[in-house]
Ligand binder design. Structure first.
Ligand code: MTE
Ligand code: MO
Length: 206
């Protein structure tokens, strides 16, 4: 783990990207507030050294883009303060992350694909529209609360898509594959909503 990673405590609390944070610290319907940070993992925590971490972004054409830890760290680093909303009904306000906007990963990507399929080390998967990864709304994060992201919360690197239910924020993220067809991920296949907007309470598809 690089020692400077995650040690920059965010000072700009809201709208560091220049956009207002809508409805920050307001509970979506059916949620309760917690100050804990529960751990929800469908399997064991993969132990992955940053040196062994790789991330692959594959276009619908099949051509792919790769980042290792050094490549990741060459991207512009951002701090993010955001609320989290888990489909199991807990919400946590004002969490501080450091990471890299998905916009930076898409800078040299040519795609008209609508759908993204995310795969983690350990085999977890989830799906979301490509559009939801763009526009300063999604990050690969490596720091939490001013420290390197703990393995149980997805370290060394996880996806963070806070405007959707937290199951979309794949821990130990390994790859994103773009496609014209919608493939469902681990929870979506067993009945969780394909999109998962907490403000519209899109918990289940059934
Ligand atoms: N790889 C992976 N990512 C995952 C999960 C998982 O089981 N495996 N669980 C998801 C769910 S359901 C939630 S609520 C959040 C929980 O994140 P946390 O454990 O950091 O609170 O991670 C999401 N990302
Ligand atoms: Mo969850």
């Amino acid at each position: 783990m690089n020692p400077d990673d995650g040690f920059e405590v965010p000072r700009v609390t809201r709208g560091f990207t220049g956009r207002p944070r809508e409805r920050a610290e307001v509970l979506p319907p059916g949620q309760y507030r917690t100050d804990d940070f529960p751990v929800l993992s469908a399997g064991p925590t993969p132990r992955l050294d940053p040196e062994d971490w790789r991330f692959t972004l594959t276009e619908e054409s099949g051509s792919s883009h790769h980042w290792d830890w050094n490549g990741l760290r060459r991207l512009p680093r951002e701090t993010v303060r955001t609320d989290l909303h888990c489909v199991t009904r807990w919400s946590k306000f004002g969490t501080d992350w450091t990471g890299y906007s998905l916009d930076a990963f898409f800078a040299n990507v040519t795609t008209s694909a609508r759908f993204a399929f995310v795969t983690s080390y350990g085999g977890y998967t989830t799906n979301l529209p490509v559009a939801d990864l763009l526009g300063g709304r999604a990050w690969i994060v490596t720091g939490y609360g001013g420290k390197p992201l703990e393995p149980v919360h997805g370290g060394p690197a996880r996806l963070l898509v806070p405007h959707l239910y937290l199951w979309k924020s794949a821990k130990w993220v390994r790859s994103i594959t773009l496609s014209d067809t919608e493939d469902l991920g681990f929870w979506e296949r067993v009945g969780y909503h394909a999109y998962g907007d907490p403000w519209r309470e899109q918990r289940y598809s059934l």
